[in-house]
Write a protein that binds this ligand. Sequence first.
Ligand code: GLC
Length: 794
Amino acid sequence: MQDTSFAILPENEKKLINKDYKNMGALVSYHSKENNSVELQCENGYVSIQFYRDDIVRIIMNPKGVPIQKSTLAVIKEPEEVKVTIDEDENELTLTSPKLKLVINKVSVLVSIYDSEGQLIVSDAKEGMGYTSNQEVVCYKKMDQENHFYGFGEKTSFLDKRGEKMTMWNTDVYAPHNPEIDALYQSIPYFMSIRNGIAYGIFFDNTSKTVFDMKSSADMYSFSAEAGQLDYYVFAGPSPKDVLEQYTDITGRMPLPPKWSLGYHQSRYSYKSEQEVRDLVAAFKEKDIPLDAVYLDIHYMDGYRVFTFDEDRFPNPKKLIQELKDAGIQVVPIVDPGVKEDPEYYIYQEGVRNDYFCKYIEGNIYFGPVWPGNSAFPDFTSSEVRKWWGDKYQFYTEMGIEGIWNDMNEPAVFNETKTMDVKVIHENDGDPKTHRELHNIYGLLMEESTYEGMKRQLDGNRPFLLTRAGYAGVQRYASVWTGDNRSFWEHLQMAIPMCMNLGMSGVPFCGPDVGGFAHDSNGQLLTRWTQFGTFTPYFRNHSEQSTISQEPWSFGEEYEKVIRKYIQERYVWLPYLYTLFKDASVTGVPVMRPLVLEYPTDKNTFNLSDQFMIGSDMIVAPILTPDTYHRVVYLPEGSWVNYWTDEKLEGGKHHLVEADLSTLPIFIQEGAILTHGTVKSSTETKESELTVHIYPADGHSSSFTYYEDDGKSFKYEEGSYFECKFNIEFKNNRLEITTSLAQDKYDPDWEKVQVIVHGISDEAVILLNGTEQGKVESLGSSRYKILAGKQDFK
Ligand code: GLC
């Protein structure tokens, strides 16, 4: 009845502060413990405060007893040694670390956090932290007009989440995603607030249903959970990039993905037979469209039983996979968690015999309907089950498969609640908890199981995983696609802030289904969406079985031509993107980022939702409406160049730019150094030539560190990589380019290098590592080409 007026029954009125809410009240006593932590006994509960690092503090509130320190599996870091001093006066207790000062009001336990210069970072509102009679835990923090909010994982609507109330409860949403649908497949209970350029972050590590309310009050926000403790971390910043470093230090970073996973991928629900797959691959080849992976959706299986192939439609999967691999194309099959209830099916038998499925407390297995019909679900909260399930992927890896697509892992169940009965009890390695308490972590644990299993089996190669569901830390195992979007222009628009906020939530490797999953796509939409996809970290075209086909050639020549060009562009840009992926794997700063991350004091960027940055030197502004051949682009302070025409554009203002169907507006900041490769049929083709584009900024110097490795193995962890720093300095019409090799334990494929210098005059002198260069060729529009070789990078 929630979709009738019954939903707004008078007694359903929600109040900002629940009438039986109780905060901690006064401080009764405290004592410090050896692990940088202090425990407070308060009038109405218990609080523990622990410094995780000089600039990260963890606060736990438990109404009933001393807080439990064990964290969820999202957290992979142990607290560092932090020198904490405690001072006390009549009114306050003060804890000081080398970077932070925490002041606790004793009359009513309220926490204020300051930096070492005494600047307030964040403080509790007067309601503080507390709980309600139904065990909901809540924390209220102050905010003002200048606070803007980013992160929260995968959410609909605009970039800035100020004015939004969001629920975290992993949900399979097939209904059209719109601004009212706030609980999607991923729950990342983390955000960053930016206020006048200064940032802090909060990670609320609670795997039950949580709510973040940045809407209901003008001067405070809250986060609450329906079960469990109030357990949160404050990351002190002060820059937005510092917050990302701090959050990903606690929850981990994306491992460097295999290069093939950054190419163009083609999917459909479903390519239903070996023949169909072969025909598809042949069409790509014939049409000269690059391709790195083909996906097998649920129809490849025998009756939707995971870890099987249908023998009629896929009689020799190993041969198919090998053939495709030889052509430089990977096969990525779907694997869902639901295991068909079938006593003659080996996975079901093993799961039952070993007691590996989720059960009720009474001992009976929980069954729910998904694709194969009634199904049981592995209890991923048990490390033994994770190991078992991970080992099962041998079925695929033995055939040569290196990538897996995990879907329906919220877990989705075809019933009213859309998921497993919340009364189910998870084994949780000897600390049993209900599904209500652990729901949001189920997907993350499936990814851990899959990733670790694949890694054990792939003989030193990097696994690629794609997941629909996840929790904080999902970046450690999988890339994320944003689920069942539709072929609506509105969904193309929404994908930009959604992916930018995933990036701001520690998940750099993400992207939507290009072209839209449900509903029928069309030529223009697919073209504009593919242009956008060229720069989304994850680039896959996928669509639902009953929709019009949307492979790159589906809508005729005019569109195919442009789509081909942009898929090819992806390969041209890969050497640059790969370097940014490497950076993200080290710093947590995403590849695709909102402008506010780079320009946090520029108010034009605070809610800029229709353009984004790739790295820190490049702005992409896709066309997002039909029959539109122009748009407004905001370029922040500095000098910018139109990537296609080399036209110079002044920063700090909005520009009206033209963009015919074949143009994706891209702008490069002066001072930028970009590395490009060549068009190829897949990432398997060797890179023959590196192109370095240089955009000198008059009177300035800048640098870029280019990274490359074998793109496949983990050998880079032992130093087998190539890293070269480019420095440029442009003064008095003299451009000095210097290169310094930072690491040469990997030998790149390319021998030839061309350096293209943009925006300099005929009179300019160019020096490469101190030697004057003859300009080999003028490419028009003040572009000059000079040639170099690998030998110049010594
Ligand atoms: C879900 C997935 C979708 C997939 C379908 C069939 O709806 O989100 O991508 O194609 O299931 O497996």
